[in-house]
Design a protein around this ligand. Sequence first.
Ligand SMILES: C[S@@+](CC[C@H](N)C(=O)[O-])C[C@H]1O[C@@H](n2cnc3c(N)ncnc32)[C@H](O)[C@@H]1O
Length: 303
Amino acid sequence: MSEPTGAARRRGPFKVGDQVQLTDPKGRHYTFTLEAGKNFHTHKGSFPHDELIGAPEGSVVRTTGNVAYLALRPLLPDYVLSMPRGAAVVYPKDAGQILAFADIFPGARVVEAGVGSGALSTFLLRAIGEQGMLHSYERREDFAEIAQQNVERYFGSPHPAWQLTVGDLQDNLSDTDVDRVVLDMLAPWECLDAVSKALVPGGILCAYVATTTQLSRTVESIREIGCFAEPQPWESMIRNWHVEGLAVRPDHRMIGHTGFLVTARRLADGVEPPVRRRRPSKGAYGEDYDGPGSRSGSAAGRD
Ligand SMILES: C[S@@+](CC[C@H](N)C(=O)[O-])C[C@H]1O[C@@H](n2cnc3c(N)ncnc32)[C@H](O)[C@@H]1O
C-alpha cells in the first residue's frame, strides 16, 4: 500500500528537500529547507546542510562558533505559524478544536471558505486523507496563490483530495452531499443559504469568528434560517505552565484571544427545528434587539 500524501516527509532520517526546524540555546526557532552542498548561516557561525542529510531527527549540530542547535522537522502547528501569510491563520489550538468538534473524519466531503493562507486547509487535508474531498473557496486570488504554495510545500506535492476555487463561496458553491462546512471569514451569515443546500442531513456547519458581534450575528442567523439544530458556540484557551523544581505555576503570558467557534447540525429537509424549552434570558430579545438581519457586517475581525 502506498504511503499517505506527505507521510514520507514526516519520518525517517533527514533528506534533501525536507524542512528542518532548528532550536537555539535560547529556545528560538529557525526553519530552512535542506539542500546538498549548502551552508546554514547564523550570527554565531555556520554549518553544512550535508551534516544533517542522512542524520536522524533530534540530532544536534554545532556551528563553526561552537553553538549547538537541535534539529527536528517542524510539526504542522510550527509550520502554519512560520509559513508566509496572506491573511491571519487559524491558530493551531482552534484547528484542533475544529477537527474534533466539527468531527472531520477520513473520507469526509468538506467545503471550506475562506482559504486565507491555507493553514486550516492543511489541517483538514491531513484529517480527511486521499479518500476525502476538500473544496476550498477563496475570494482573493493573491491569497489563494499563497495558500496553494503553502499547502503544496507542506505535503511536497499537490494533495489529490484538494480543489481550490477563487471566488465568493455564496456565489460559487456547487458541491452537494457535503458532510462538513467550515467557514473562517468576516460574514459567515452571508453563506448560510448556499451552505444549507450543500450539507447532507446531519452534516455540520462550523464557523470561526473573531468578535462577539460576529458570533451573535452568526448564531442568530443560523437559528433564523431554520434548517439547523440549535447552534453551539464556544471558545478555547490554552494556558502553558512553567514547571521547574518548586516553581510550578502558569506562564505569565498567554494568548488571551484568537476567535470563537460555533457548530450546528443540518436537519433533514422539511423538518422544523424542535422548539427550545429554555426561555430566553430576560432582555435577550428586548426592545434594543433588532435581529440578525439588521446589523451591517460591522465587526472588525477575520476577513
Ligand atoms: C481569516 S482568513 C482565513 C484564514 C484561513 N482559514 C487559514 O487558516 O489560513 C479569511 C479569508 O476569507 C476570505 N473570504 C471572506 N469572505 C469570503 C467569501 N464569502 N467567500 C470566499 N472567501 C472569503 C478572505 O479573502 C480571507 O482570505
